[in-house]
Design a protein around this ligand. Structure first.
Ligand code: SF4
Length: 449
């Protein structure tokens, strides 16, 4: 029996998508690994195992802390720009990339009890509704190995009018993708390289199923899709590699699918190199546009640059101006068309749910603390804990003020990011019985423990 189960005090939940063999073994069909497990054995991801001839999942409802972020955190810029999302990550992964920035949760052997919480589908949906968040984002380590919980919760979320976003390296089987098609609205999929050796050597997987999976989502024709390519220093940071990704997208998808060229930071087993050169990303973006991609974006870049904005494909007018993860709709009219040429934009809009309470004159704050940006750190997670038995309010001040309401005993986590060149950091004002902690963020879709 897996010692992960005892060490992290996990419970078994029935898994789907597997075959039982007569000798008591099972074959898991969730990812292309198709792990074959004897009774008592776990699969490569360590969170699915054979218990008495049945496949079970050990991470049903086992999550890192729910976190409020914005949709741009997930490399999604053509759907619901600027809208809040409720990010959920779990433990385990069907890959093991040498440069993984979520290795402390994706590789189960590193997971600590203190880093996991437990939620039911009802609790997740209720949190989103109470916080006025319209989109659940299945992200971080990788949602593939959380399949049963993702499907159950996403289905319930839809019944309450919420959308679901799936951010993944997408090493997943066709049957599982068909199940996701029923419940996921937005797919943000990561294509690491077009080199099969890269996938084998660096990610411990295979390229072909990832390509087939992306094609399958595209073939449905009714789901929003954006593609990310993480450019890793010394591994795939060549123009030839980027050209191969673009060529494949133009051949198998189409020129309107947004491509994100994402800056990498050294992590896990790959720490001896520099961050990706921003100059290279800019050149690679121009090459992708020259080859025919209509919208190519720079990811994890905090500066004013056209590679972060969305422009009208017809007249070039800037529709959305961005800085890092911040979004301003500047060139869109009330009919959601281009202000300049009145043509449709590539953006899909949803009605925001968030109602931000304003600070009240009766709010009294005994404490304040701040987190300042520096050359490398342009974003952070803020973790709040209300230690009192009454509701509390906290004010977060950047260029504008935001009020966060906390119920008695509640913990809440949310992202802040640099909003402009002039923005120095974020300042928090809070009562004495609220605890505040900041955690540095180096990447998007990054959950630091
Ligand atoms: S999800 Fe993938 S890695 Fe995990 S047990 Fe199933 S086939 Fe193996």
């Amino acid at each position: 029996m897996s010692n992960v189960k005892e060490r992290l005090n996990l419970t078994a939940h029935p898994a789907r998508l597997y075959t039982k063999l007569e000798n008591g073994e099972v074959i898991c069909h969730l990812s292309p690994r198709q792990c074959r497990m004897k009774p008592g054995q776990a699969g490569f991801c360590r969170v699915r195992q054979n218990e008495n001839g049945e496949l079970v999942t050990l991470n049903y409802g086992v999550s890192v802390q729910l976190t409020q972020e914005m949709i741009e955190t997930e490399a999604v810029v053509h759907h619901s720009p600027g809208q809040p999302i409720l990010s959920l990550g779990n433990i385990g992964c069907m890959l093991n990339c040498d440069f993984c920035h979520n290795w402390q949760t994706s590789q189960v052997r590193f997971v600590k009890k203190k880093d996991i919480q437990r939620y039911t589908p009802e609790q997740v949906v209720e949190t989103a509704l109470n916080r006025g968040i319209g989109i659940l984002s299945w992200t971080y380590n990788d949602p593939v190995v959380w399949h049963e919980f993702v499907c159950d919760t996403a289905r319930l979320a839809r019944q309450h009018g919420l959308l679901n976003l799936y951010k993944s390296a997408f090493y997943i089987s066709p049957q599982a993708i068909d199940e996701l098609h029923e419940v996921i609205d937005i797919f943000s999929l990561s294509l690491k390289s077009m080199d099969p050796t890269f996938y084998r050597r660096v990610a411990k997987g295979r390229l072909e199923p990832v390509l087939e999976g992306i094609k399958q989502v595209y073939s449905y024709g009714d789901r929003h899709l954006e593609i990310s390519n993480l450019i890793v220093t010394g591994m795939n940071d060549s123009m030839e590699e980027v050209e191969k990704v673009v060529h494949w997208m133009l051949k198998e998808l189409d020129e309107t699918v947004p491509l994100h060229l994402v800056r990498f930071h050294p992590d896990y087993k790959y720490t001896h190199v520099e961050r990706t050169s921003v100059e290279f990303l800019k050149k690679a973006r121009l090459r992708a546009l020259e080859m025919g991609i209509k919208h190519c974006y720079l990811g994890n870049v905090y500066e004013e640059h056209e590679g972060l904005n969305t422009s009208c494909a017809q007249c070039g007018n800037v529709l959305v101006k961005r800085f890092g993860l911040q979004t301003q709709l500047v060139g869109i009219n009330e009919a959601k068309k281009c202000k300049q040429c009145n043509r449709p934009t590539p953006l899909k809009f949803t009605k925001p749910r968030t109602q931000i309470p304003t600070p009240s004159a009766t709010d009294r704050f005994e404490k304040n603390t701040s987190f300042l940006w520096n050359q490398d750190i342009n974003a952070c997670h803020v973790i709040l804990e209300n230690l009192s038995s009454e509701s509390r309010r906290v004010v977060s001040r950047q260029q504008a003020e935001k009020v966060i309401q906390l119920s008695p005993g509640e913990q809440w986590r949310f992202i802040c990011s640099k909003q402009s060149n002039e923005d120095k950091g974020v300042e928090l004002f809070y009562p004495g019985d609220v605890e505040v902690k900041f955690v540095e963020l180096l990447d998007r879709a990054h959950y630091p423990v």
